[in-house]
Design a protein around this ligand. Structure first.
Ligand code: BDP
Length: 726
């Protein structure tokens, strides 16, 4: 035993505890690719038996990466290295490759496998049994290998396999809101992982590990810079840096994309205008595209935020979104690039209801976009709130590809302090019925192109990744990155299954840990909705930073940046009337949805205040008055965080002490913040309702004024760009 352990009995005990529990300190860097030892000895023995030999010729970079991952995974989990052979040894061989790399294969692929799908099969080749991982392409094989490893990581059987899987969406992209100065807009996990200063000369191991993690869940694209873009990124100096990243990503099937500033021809090219219909502007973009493809032959394309929150766009020149997007699409088309044109727009004119703006601006252009344009629509009509109804554009543009945009970074969900598993939020939106093509026209089916097979398809996630050791700030925030990839691959996958896989791969397969923690994860988003924005409240957070409660905010730059604009609380009641008697935003949905949500009796409680202004005494389904229900939700939300903490505390010893302790502290902090949200909001709304907090509930610790005066300095997530007033 090392001497220092004898000197410090405490350390000694901890070391003993770790050995006894076979757990090691773990900083979370390895994400869900930990490749823990398989602890069930019998199972490990069975696996080893089946993995004694391998046929795995690998000459391309993706195949080499797949092989390295395969060997690393098996070594980590089973301490085995299969012997490389050229012929199958019956029953004990794994065969990995494409028909090309394996020099022909006696099986045929179903059409659905396409370019990125894979097969994992137990088959007989030349009368000899083997396990085959195969695909049409090298990247398909890489996906197959990751999924094979996942079977072992989650302790599934690998005998008698017959797995065939393929992505349901074409573009599965992470959007990094990273600035060139390494700040990250709405980033809560440290600075940007892209070290632009040292690129292209220094290629950090992180870039490779990032790409591995993405490939393991099928993410095939990355937009590396902020949507509030700096024109500089298109300069030759920066394109060289982007090229270095692209060179890393390519091996893992990931294409690189850039957010562009619409006025780049002026700022970078010295032109007098960026009017998309001006020939010199078109020429500039075409030339820029050629130049980019010289550096990066498989460059993915552009992401564009135009005419929104002060960003320039075609409307600045009296042109339309379609004019702008199509001009860029023409520049990229010869190289097979795409334009992801964002529908998150609100211009300088304050609308009667910001909810309606994207629909009003985009719906008239249905069918007017070029084939390589995809309109990227946030899941809800306002802005990534803890709960939003699905965006009315989904289903409303039958001839336009619509790409889902989710936000993984927890801008409105407690930053990287609160445990919020977002898959239930994603699923709620994806499984919502738009009714646009009859009953069952879910948002998932719309974005998969089920109703128009000609359209390109995709899903984007605003990344929650930073330079923190554990990538995402909160150990559980990694689950949102993981779940995004899984749901971009197949939007209909169940959040519960994904959570169980992630827990098994990240922590342990011990059911006595997985089962209670999965429950915590599945409940976590609803808890947060309850202590932040229950019953359909939205946009009531602190102004600009979006940190903490701010239902009293009424003096921001423009009306629709104020919380009071959204909750409309007064002595008579609370909520935003979006029925025909109010802003009539509901008319943007199909008649069935409009009828359901437009009637306060059928509108689900969860969306009530999104669409109705109701009196404080309004009788809810529960039998409580609206006021009592609101208070009850705030209290239940905070209480459930406390309960979550108690459950967690009982799990000590089941995982590594490092992450256990970190999560424990985070839960305590989350509880403190949940109580602040609860007390601040209840006191504020009480100043209108003038009704009491139900007897028995703990009284808020302070008066309302205390919460209003709280000041927070240097809140993370404020990027290098200075228009954070919304
Ligand atoms: C809002 C963010 C802002 C982003 C904007 C966007 O507060 O920082 O720039 O979305 O999506 O949620 O463009």
């Amino acid at each position: 035993m090392p001497k220092y352990l004898l000197k410090y009995p405490c350390l000694c005990l901890m070391a003993l505890f770790m050995v006894m529990n076979k757990v090691q300190a773990d900083n979370g860097y390895k994400l869900w690719l930990e490749y823990h030892k398989v602890s069930n000895r019998q199972l490990a023995g069975v696996y080893r038996q089946q993995l004694q030999y391998m046929v795995f010729p690998a000459s391309s970079n993706p195949l080499k990466a797949a092989k390295a991952e395969f060997l690393m995974g098996l070594d980590g989990m089973l301490s085995v290295k299969p012997t490389e052979v050229t012929n199958i040894v019956s029953g004990q061989t794994i065969v990995v490759g494409t028909p090309k790399s394996l020099n022909a294969l006696p099986i045929s692929f179903p059409d659905s496998i396409g370019n990125e799908g894979y097969l994992i099969k137990t088959i007989f080749i030349n009368k000899k049994q083997c396990t085959l991982i195969t695909a049409n392409t090298d990247v398909g094989v890489l996906y197959g290998v990751f999924n094979f490893l996942k079977l072992i990581q989650t302790n599934q059987t690998i005998s008698k396999l017959s797995v065939a899987d393929h992505p349901r969406l074409m573009y599965r992209v992470l959007d990094h809101w990273d600035n060139l100065n390494r700040t990250v807009e709405r980033g809560y996990a440290g600075s940007s992982i892209w070290n632009w200063h040292k690129l292209p000369d220094i290629v950090d191991q992180r870039y490779i590990d990032y790409a591995r993690a993405n490939a393991s869940v099928g993410i095939n694209g990355a937009v590396v810079n902020n949507v509030n873009a700096d024109a500089l990124v298109l300069s030759p100096q920066y394109l060289l840096k982007v090229q270095a990243l692209a060179n890393v990503f390519r091996t893992y099937g990931i294409r690189i994309y850039l957010s562009i500033k619409f006025s780049s021809p002026v700022e970078l090219g010295g032109l007098k205008t960026a009017d998309p219909l001006e020939p010199e502007v078109k020429k500039w973009w075409a030339g820029k595209a050629d130049e980019i493809y010289n550096y990066i032959p498989d460059f993915g394309g552009f992401l564009v935020k135009a005419n929104s929150e002060g960003q320039p766009g075609p409307q600045s020149y009296g042109r339309t979104h379609a004019d702008g997007a199509n001009m860029l699409a023409d520049a990229l088309a010869p190289h097979h690039g795409i334009v992801m044109w964002r529908a998150f727009v609100y211009d300088n004119k304050v609308p009667d209801d910001r909810f309606k703006q994207a629909y009003n601006e985009f719906k008239p252009f249905d069918g007017k976009f070029k084939d390589n344009v995809i309109v990227q629509v946030k899941n809800g009509p306002i802005d990534f709130q803890p709960r939003e109804p699905f965006h009315p554009l989904f289903g409303a543009m039958p001839n336009t590809p619509l790409m889902m945009e989710f936000q993984l970074t927890q801008e409105y969900l407690g930053f990287s302090t609160h445990l919020v598993y977002e898959a239930p939020l994603f699923a709620e939106c994806l499984q919502a019925d738009s009714y646009r093509y009859g009953k069952g026209s879910t948002v998932s089916r719309v974005i998969k192109g089920d109703f128009n097979k000609k359209l390109i398809t995709g899903m984007a996630g605003v990344a929650n990744i930073g330079a923190d050791l554990n990538w995402c700030g909160h150990p559980f925030a990694q689950a949102n990155w993981y779940a995004f990839g899984r749901m971009a691959w197949n939007p209909d996958q169940s959040p519960a299954e994904i959570a169980a896989d992630w827990l098994g791969m990240t922590f342990t397969n011990d059911e006595s840990f997985v089962s209670p923690v999965k429950k915590i994860m599945l409940q976590s988003r609803e808890n947060t909705v309850n202590y932040m924005t229950p019953l359909g409240l939205h946009h009531i957070m602190g102004v600009s930073t979006h940190y903490g409660p701010g239902p009293w905010v009424d003096n921001a730059g423009r009306p629709d940046w104020n919380a009071t604009y959204y909750h409309r609380a007064d002595s008579a009641g609370i909520g935003f009337d979006r029925t025909a008697a109010g802003s009539n935003a509901l008319s943007q949905y199909a008649p069935e949805v409009k009828a359901d949500w437009g009637n306060m009796k059928s509108c689900p409680d969860e969306y009530l205040l999104w669409f109705h202004h109701l009196s404080w005494g309004y009788k809810m389904r529960s039998g409580r008055t609206l006021w009592d229900e609101l208070v009850w939700r705030y209290y239940t939300g905070a209480e459930s965080v406390k309960q979550m903490g108690l459950t967690w505390n009982k799990l000590q010893g089941k995982i590594d002490p490092e992450r256990f302790a970190e999560v424990k502290q985070l839960m305590q902090l989350q509880f403190k913040e949940a109580v602040t949200w609860r007390d601040a909001c209840v006191l504020y709304f009480q100043s209108f309702s003038r009704m009491p907090i139900a007897a028995g509930s703990p009284k808020p610790e302070h008066l309302l004024d205390y919460y209003k005066k709280l000041k927070f300095y240097y809140v993370p997530g404020i990027g290098g760009n200075n228009y954070m007033t919304n």
